[in-house]
Write a protein of this length. Structure first.
Length: 153
């Protein structure tokens, strides 16, 4: 049975770099891209800039519909990335706290490893991890590979 890797995605350049890393360094693995809609986050849990003043009320049915549209856009972009690498990719979606959902998914689906981006910071703060990444690294039942911003390396 092949290894299964989980790559959390939000459409950000760093999550795409993590996915590319998984494709390039784990070509024999089954890769699952997981997008989490965080209901406590008014920005639809994607990297798309959002002016919440012009969006549906947070938590409304319209807000969830817009979040689903954003998620589909993220999935379309990463499917294109998978095609460029001639890689198979499974996409999954969850709603909830991102760190908890990533860890729960890994436990419930016999994931062998997680590959994820750190954050998009620059300068001295680049040494710190993003809060979701930090929690996943601390609590994950499997190995977590953290991909740094290629521009900083």
């Amino acid at each position: 049975m092949s290894r299964q890797l989980l790559v959390p995605v939000d459409g950000s350049p760093l999550s795409k770099q993590a996915l590319e890393y998984a494709f390039e360094h784990h070509s024999d693995a089954a890769i699952v891209a997981l997008h989490i809609v965080d209901p406590s986050e008014p920005g639809y849990s994607s990297a798309t800039p959002v002016d919440v003043r012009n969006e549906p009320p947070h938590g409304s049915e319209e807000w969830y519909e817009r979040a689903a549209e954003e998620e589909e856009q993220v999935f379309d972009e990463i499917r294109e990335l998978a095609a460029e690498h001639d890689a198979d990719l499974t996409t999954e979606s969850k709603t909830g706290d991102p760190a908890r959902e990533i860890i729960d998914y890994a436990e419930e689906h016999d994931i062998d490893g997680i590959v994820m981006g750190g954050h998009g910071r620059t300068g001295p703060s680049r040494l710190l991890l993003g809060s979701v990444t930090e929690l996943v690294v601390a609590r994950s039942p499997v190995t977590v590979t953290v991909v740094r911003n290629a521009a900083e390396q």
